[in-house]
Every structure is written in structure tokens, then in C-alpha cells.
Design a protein around this ligand. Structure first.
Ligand code: HEC
Ligand code: HEC
Ligand code: HEC
Ligand code: HEC
Ligand code: HEC
Ligand code: HEC
Ligand code: HEC
Ligand code: HEC
Ligand code: HEC
Length: 474
């Protein structure tokens, strides 16, 4: 680089004489070329199988954890349905890389490698031994065929690479493409489209220096919340929130391979006791979808104003619980009838087990066999308790909330909600009322997460503002 600059200076001096501009800096590196041909003597790894027995000696914890998951039982669960059907076996076994036709027969079952399909249907004793070794979704289904030299294997999946988008999507895709397709349509899988960013720009924004990565990247979430990875360094290029952000195939959390995460610290307690742990499978959601503001922060914003006035655009768990916003003294904020108190979000013992998951990950008409990974609620679910509901605007409630948001802004007297936190524009009283606006608006459900709390916040803020305006003779 230095020589380049010296040359450039020289060039500049010379070119000045000829009135030609200096040549620009070298352009960026071009894209990687295609993979070269295989070297002499190269053989692809073969499938070892053996239900983890080959690995347990050195990886006892990883193997024992995997044994608790459905992957270990995947062939066994076909017993009553399709253990003689190539199509079913193709995802419920290890090393099945053959193709299956519409009638579910194996196509071109040549000796491509030595996975399950190459010995099925079994004709010899050796075939039977081999398929028994390749039952279930074993280690190699994800970590790649390890071959007979597996004892000194080169790890196929290392921490540095296994979470890059292509890598982990490729891990789960062959068998879970249903979930993958749905995920791609969700806010999580579609984040680059939402922000109109490349992955590099996304990393500059959410991964480079800040704590944003905790909730906006997969690695940040894992390293912050999973004690196993607490000591790892920040990767250069982090990935979007995907399968292995929430799931860990070596963890049997809730029978769903959900990552066990450290309890969220209790961040704030504005008027009610609120803990951010113990929400069952929805703990996964709560870990990111909360307001990111404590009492001091809220009170400072009101006293002094703040550029990003209000909670982070993710106060869904706070809203659901009916806590975390600014509450004006002397007003009633009871929320006793909200969805948090309904059976839909609870388990049989009455604990808040389901919460977000109940509405955002239910079985739908398009995903009758598995829980929806588009993370979008389905109106069919609302109809089970609100018969006749045509959309989420049940009894016109979302419309009411939108009207009240507009009324509140009007009473406060600003045209643009972005001005609410500007101390040059608003007074302390206006911000006391304005916080409710930001909280309800940022939640994004237009009141559905907690109809009574959302409505109380807006009604009280409007009444407070009207009283203030009357006092001022407006
Ligand atoms: C070779 C196919 C295959 C691959 C690869 C695969 N799975 Fe599975 N997965 C299955 C099958 C089959 C089941 C159902 C198991 C059964 O029969 O109970 C399953 C079940 C699950 C379940 C339900 C919970 C449980 O323990 O049964 C989760 C969660 C899951 N897989 C996550 C993943 C993730 C995440 C990846 C990628 C890292 C992945 N799977 C890769 C085939 C696969
Ligand atoms: C494209 C891959 C794929 C194929 C083909 C496939 N399955 Fe599955 N199967 C899965 C995955 C992944 C799961 C777990 C997650 C889910 O529900 O999507 C699963 C779950 C199951 C379960 C539930 C296991 C449990 O204990 O909860 C049964 C039973 C099952 N499959 C049977 C079958 C049968 C029978 C066939 C053939 C008609 C079949 N599967 C074909 C991938 C597949
Ligand atoms: C469904 C895919 C899948 C299967 C099956 C699977 N793994 Fe993993 N494995 C992963 C993923 C993903 C990670 C990264 C886990 C994380 O982020 O916590 C991982 C991590 C690991 C690690 C390093 C971290 C640790 O937990 O120690 C080892 C070692 C490992 N796997 C070995 C195995 C062995 C041995 C088996 C079989 C007994 C197996 N894996 C089965 C996907 C899988
Ligand atoms: C003789 C011991 C030994 C055997 C047998 C063995 N491994 Fe490993 N494996 C290691 C060592 C050592 C490492 C590197 C250190 C580490 O990460 O744990 C490693 C690393 C790995 C990693 C990467 C872990 C990470 O943190 O990124 C995976 C995945 C893995 N092994 C899978 C397997 C699977 C699957 C088998 C069985 C087919 C197997 N290993 C058999 C010793 C072994
Ligand atoms: C505690 C977790 C958490 C942290 C930390 C966090 N965010 Fe967020 N952020 C979220 C969640 C969850 C959403 C999605 C909320 C929604 O769409 O309703 C979000 C949404 C956003 C949005 C709006 C995106 C959109 O699609 O409209 C922006 C912009 C944003 N965050 C920026 C940041 C920045 C910059 C930082 C770091 C200074 C940061 N966030 C830190 C959880 C967090
Ligand atoms: C690792 C943090 C994290 C976890 C865990 C998480 N989310 Fe998100 N979620 C986000 C972020 C960040 C966004 C915004 C993505 C963007 O646009 O940048 C988002 C977006 C969404 C959206 C779309 C919002 C919109 O404005 O379109 C929904 C719905 C959602 N999440 C629901 C859930 C549910 C339900 C769960 C639990 C099963 C969950 N999320 C778990 C961080 C997370
Ligand atoms: C009673 C069902 C229900 C429960 C429980 C629920 N939600 Fe929602 N959620 C909805 C509905 C309905 C919407 C509004 C969708 C619309 O208007 O398009 C919504 C909106 C959202 C949005 C904004 C989506 C967007 O497009 O801006 C996010 C993010 C979200 N919910 C996350 C969560 C989280 C996290 C939880 C758990 C704390 C949760 N939800 C609990 C039904 C529910
Ligand atoms: C934002 C978090 C999140 C992401 C991302 C995510 N999942 Fe899930 N997944 C969950 C939760 C939470 C559950 C359990 C829902 C419940 O409580 O029943 C679940 C359940 C599952 C199940 C079992 C559901 C059933 O119907 O049997 C499978 C299989 C699964 N996920 C696979 C995947 C795959 C594959 C991906 C990647 C495309 C993925 N998940 C991405 C949170 C997530
Ligand atoms: C398990 C039953 C159940 C489900 C499912 C359910 N709700 Fe509710 N919802 C209730 C109950 C009970 C109330 C409180 C009624 C009352 O006290 O007047 C309520 C109240 C409401 C209210 C405010 C009061 C009103 O009716 O105007 C709205 C809006 C609402 N729900 C929307 C939804 C939406 C949208 C969905 C689907 C995403 C949904 N609910 C799913 C049980 C349910």
C-alpha cells in the first residue's frame, strides 16, 4: 500500500505536467473462483453411523444430549407408519442421498456412497447390519460423513463456520425445508429485505461495535445467552436469526431442542413486579422482544427528552404482561382481563408457558403438521374464542386503538411522533403522556397483545393531557 502511495505521488507529479488525473486506489478483491478438481487419491468420506458409538468416547456430552432428541428416534417413529417406504426413510435415516420417485420407489440406487439407501431394501445380512447402523438422524447427518479415519477427523462444522447462513441453513434444509420456507418469509429470515441491506451493511449496523448484536444476530444471541459459548469472540460476519439461534440439536429443552438460555435479568419494575424468566418456550421470544428500558432510563427520558424517545421497537413481552411503560400517578392501569390471563397462553398448570408461541407459532391451514415458523398469527386461532372474527381487528378494537393514538398526538399538540422526545418541542408533561404513545405504537399489535393495558395507557394519557390543556386554558 505504501509503495502504491509513493508511486501515486510520483505519478501525480508527473501527470500534473501532462494534466492527467492520478490513478485511483486498487479495486476490491474479485469473487472466489470455482472449486478445483479433486486431487489424486481423493475419496469422499464414507458414512460410519453406529448411533454415536463411534463418537461417544471423545464426545460423551454431545452424544448423550443428542440421544434425548427426536433425531435419535427418527427411524423408530416410522414403525407404525412407513418404515418400508423409501420416501419416509429419506428424512428419517442417515446418509440417504438417493432419490425417490412419485410412487416412493428408489431411483437409480447405484453405489454412489454407502448411506442408508445403498443397503435398502436389505437383501443380505451385511445390508441389514449396515441399515441398523444408519438408523435415526445421526451425527453425520449434520456434521457430514466422517469416514473410517474419524478418530483423527478434521471437524466439518466448527464454531467459526457452522453458523454462517449458508452453512446452518444447509444443515437443516434437506429434511426441514418446510420450516425453512416459512422462516424465509418471516421478519427473522427476511431482515435483509426489511432493511434493504446487504449482509455486510447489516453487520456494520448490528454487529460491528455495539450490543445490538445480542438480539439482531444469531451469534450475538448465542454468545450472550448460552453459557456454553460465553467466552467466544465476536465473529467478523455474523448471521441472521435462524434455526440454530433458537434450537440446539444437542439440547432437549422442552422436547423441542430449544437452547437453554440464562435467565434474563430483571431489567425494570416500573410499577409492577416483572421478571423476565419462566415463560416456557416463549422465553426464547422474551429474551429479545422486550422494551430494553429500566425505570431510571424511562424517567430520564421524560425529565430530559431523548432522541429515540420511548421503548425499543420491541416491547411485546412487556405489553403482554402489562408492565414497563410510564404510568401517570393517580390513574388506574388495571389489566386483569388481558390475554396473559387466558388459557390460550397457559399450560395445564396455569403457568405462562405458551405466551407468544400460542398465537405466533400455531398449527395453521398451511402448516397442519408442524408449528408455523413464519411467526405470524392466524385469524383461525382467534375464531376459536372470538367467533365471527374476520381479521385481527376483533370488534373493531385495532381501529379504536389507532384512533386513540391519533387523538393522543393531537392533545399533546405535535404533528410528528418523532418530535415527542425533543426537549425543544415538548414539556415534561407532554412527554409523560407521550410515552404511552410510543409504547403502544412500538408494540405493533395495535392493542391485541394486551387490549386492556393498551387502552388504559392511551385513555389515561389523553385524560391527563386534556386536564393539562384545560389548566393552561387551551
Ligand atoms: C436427515 C434429516 C434431518 C436433518 C438434517 C435435521 N433434522 Fe431435525 N428432524 C428430522 C426428523 C425426521 C425429525 C422427527 C424425529 C422423530 O421421528 O421424532 C426431526 C425433529 C426435529 C425437531 C423436533 C424436536 C425433536 O427432538 O424431535 C427439531 C427442533 C429439529 N428436528 C431441528 C433440527 C435442526 C435445527 C436441524 C439443523 C441443525 C435439523 N433438525 C436437521 C430430520 C432431520
Ligand atoms: C422431507 C423430509 C421428510 C419426509 C420425506 C418424511 N418426514 Fe416425517 N418428519 C420430518 C421432520 C423434519 C419431522 C419433525 C418436524 C416436523 O414435524 O416437521 C418429521 C416428523 C414425523 C413424525 C412425528 C414424530 C414424532 O414422534 O413426533 C412422524 C410419525 C413422521 N414424521 C412420519 C413420516 C412418514 C410416515 C413419512 C412418509 C409418509 C415421513 N415422515 C416422511 C421429515 C420428513
Ligand atoms: C441435527 C443436526 C445435528 C446432529 C444430528 C448432531 N449435531 Fe453436533 N452440532 C450441531 C450443531 C448445529 C452444533 C452447534 C451447537 C451449538 O450451537 O450449540 C453442534 C455441535 C457439536 C459439537 C461441538 C459443541 C458441543 O456441544 O460439544 C460436537 C462435538 C458435536 N456437535 C458432535 C456431535 C455428535 C458426536 C453427534 C452424534 C452423537 C452430533 N453432533 C449430532 C448439529 C448436529
Ligand atoms: C479420538 C477422539 C475423537 C473421536 C472418536 C471423534 N472425535 Fe470429534 N473431535 C475430537 C477432537 C479432539 C476435536 C477438537 C476439539 C473439540 O472441539 O472438542 C473434535 C472436534 C469435533 C467437532 C467440532 C467441535 C467444535 O467445537 O467445533 C465435531 C462436530 C466432531 N468432533 C464430531 C465428531 C463425530 C460426529 C464423531 C464420530 C463420528 C467424532 N467427532 C469422533 C476428537 C474425536
Ligand atoms: C434486547 C434485544 C435488542 C437489542 C439489544 C437491540 N434490539 Fe433492535 N430490535 C429488537 C427486536 C426484537 C426488534 C423487532 C421488533 C419488531 O419488529 O416489532 C428490533 C427492531 C429494531 C429496529 C426496527 C427494525 C424494523 O424492522 O422495523 C431497529 C432499527 C433496531 N432494532 C435497531 C437496533 C440497534 C441500532 C440496536 C443497538 C444499539 C438494537 N436495535 C438493539 C431487539 C433488540
Ligand atoms: C435473537 C433475538 C430474537 C428472538 C429469540 C426472537 N426474535 Fe422475533 N425478531 C427479532 C428481531 C431483531 C426482529 C426484527 C428483524 C428486523 O427487521 O431486523 C424480529 C422480528 C419478529 C417479527 C416480525 C415483526 C415485524 O415487524 O414484522 C415477529 C412476528 C417476531 N419477531 C416474533 C417472534 C417470536 C414469536 C419469537 C419466539 C418464538 C421471536 N420472535 C424470537 C429478534 C428475535
Ligand atoms: C393473543 C394472540 C397473541 C399473543 C399471545 C401474542 N401476539 Fe404478537 N401479535 C398478535 C397479533 C394479532 C398481532 C398484529 C398482527 C397484525 O395486525 O397484522 C401481533 C403483532 C406482533 C408483532 C408485530 C408484527 C408486525 O407486523 O409489526 C410482534 C413483533 C409480535 N406480535 C411479537 C409477539 C411476542 C414476542 C409475543 C409474546 C410476548 C406475542 N407477540 C404475543 C397476536 C398475539
Ligand atoms: C426465533 C426462534 C426460532 C427459530 C429461528 C426457529 N425455531 Fe423452530 N421452534 C421454535 C420454538 C419456540 C418452538 C417450540 C414451539 C412450542 O412451544 O411448541 C419450535 C419448534 C420447532 C420444531 C418442532 C415443531 C413441531 O411441529 O413438531 C421444529 C421441527 C423446528 N422448530 C425446526 C426449526 C427449523 C428447521 C428452523 C430453521 C428454519 C427453526 N426451527 C427456526 C423457535 C424457533
Ligand atoms: C383462548 C381464547 C382466546 C383466543 C385464542 C384469543 N382471544 Fe382475544 N380475548 C379472549 C378473552 C377471554 C378476552 C377478554 C374478553 C373480555 O373480558 O371482555 C379477549 C379480548 C380480546 C380483545 C379486546 C376485547 C374485545 O373483544 O374487543 C381483542 C381485540 C382480542 N381479544 C383479539 C384477539 C385476536 C386478534 C386473537 C387472535 C390472534 C385473539 N384475540 C385470540 C380470549 C381469546
Amino acid at each position: 500500500m505504501k509503495t502504491l502511495r509513493v508511486c501515486c505521488a510520483l505519478l501525480f507529479a508527473i501527470s500534473f505536467a501532462f494534466m492527467v488525473g492520478c490513478e485511483g486506489e486498487e479495486g476490491p478483491q474479485g469473487p472466489e473462483g470455482p472449486q478445483g478438481p479433486e486431487g489424486p487419491g481423493f475419496t469422499e468420506n464414507t458414512w460410519m453411523g453406529n448411533n454415536g458409538d463411534n463418537c461417544i468416547g471423545c464426545h460423551s456430552e454431545a452424544t448423550e444430549q443428542w440421544m434425548e432428541t427426536g433425531h435419535h428416534e427418527a427411524t423408530a417413529s416410522l414403525a407404525d407408519f412407513g418404515s418400508d417406504d423409501a420416501y419416509c426413510l429419506s428424512c428419517h435415516t442417515t446418509g440417504f442421498d438417493g432419490t425417490v420417485d412419485d410412487e416412493h420407489n428408489l431411483v437409480d440406487n447405484g453405489a454412489t456412497s454407502d448411506g442408508y439407501d445403498d443397503y435398502w431394501p436389505p437383501e443380505t445380512a451385511e445390508d441389514s447390519t449396515r441399515i441398523a447402523m444408519l438408523e435415526g438422524v445421526q451425527c453425520e447427518a449434520c456434521h457430514g460423513p466422517m469416514g473410517s479415519t474419524y478418530t483423527d477427523h478434521k471437524p466439518e462444522v466448527s464454531f467459526a463456520t457452522r453458523m454462517e447462513d449458508g452453512e446452518y441453513l444447509a444443515l437443516c434444509d434437506p429434511c426441514h425445508h418446510n420450516q425453512l420456507d416459512e422462516w424465509a418469509m418471516s421478519g427473522h429470515g427476511g431482515a435483509l429485505e426489511t432493511h434493504e441491506m446487504t449482509i455486510e451493511e447489516y453487520n456494520d449496523e448490528f454487529n460491528a461495535f455495539s450490543n445490538c448484536w445480542t438480539c439482531h444476530t444469531s451469534e450475538g444471541y448465542i454468545m450472550t445467552n448460552d453459557p456454553d459459548y460465553a467466552g467466544m469472540g465476536r465473529p467478523e460476519v455474523a448471521s441472521l436469526i435462524g434455526c440454530v439461534t433458537c434450537h440446539d440439536p444437542h439440547n432437549d429443552g422442552y422436547d423441542m431442542q430449544l437452547r437453554t438460555i440464562a435467565d434474563q435479568e430483571v431489567l425494570y419494575n416500573v410499577n409492577y413486579e416483572a421478571t423476565f424468566s419462566g415463560y416456557g418456550t416463549a422465553q426464547t421470544c422474551a429474551q429479545c422482544h422486550h422494551a430494553r428500558r429500566d425505570v431510571d432510563n424511562v424517567e430520564d427520558q421524560i425529565a430530559e427528552g431523548y432522541e429515540h424517545f420511548g421503548p425499543h421497537p420491541s416491547p411485546q413481552m412487556d405489553m403482554f404482561l402489562g408492565t414497563g411503560s410510564y404510568e401517570i400517578d393517580g390513574y388506574d392501569y388495571a389489566d386483569g382481563r388481558s390475554h396473559a390471563h387466558q388459557s390460550v397462553t397457559r399450560d395445564f398448570e396455569g403457568n405462562t408457558q405458551q405466551a407468544c408461541v400460542a398465537c405466533h407459532m400455531q398449527y395453521t391451514t398451511t402448516s397442519p403438521e408442524h408449528q408455523n415458523h413464519e411467526f405470524a398469527p392466524d385469524v383461525a386461532l382467534c375464531q376459536t374464542c372470538h367467533p365471527g372474527a374476520q381479521d385481527f381487528d376483533v370488534d373493531g378494537f385495532q381501529t379504536t386503538i389507532e384512533t386513540k393514538l391519533a387523538t393522543l398526538l393531537d392533545e399533546i399538540g405535535v404533528d410528528d411522533s418523532h418530535d415527542l422526545g425533543d426537549p425543544e418541542i415538548t414539556t415534561v408533561e407532554q412527554r409523560m403522556a407521550g410515552y404511552a404513545y410510543a409504547f403502544v405504537d412500538n408494540d405493533g399489535s395495535k392493542g391485541v397483545h394486551n387490549p386492556y393495558y393498551a387502552e388504559a395507557l392511551l385513555d389515561n394519557a389523553i385524560a391527563f393531557m386534556q386536564a393539562q390543556n384545560n389548566l393552561a386554558g387551551k
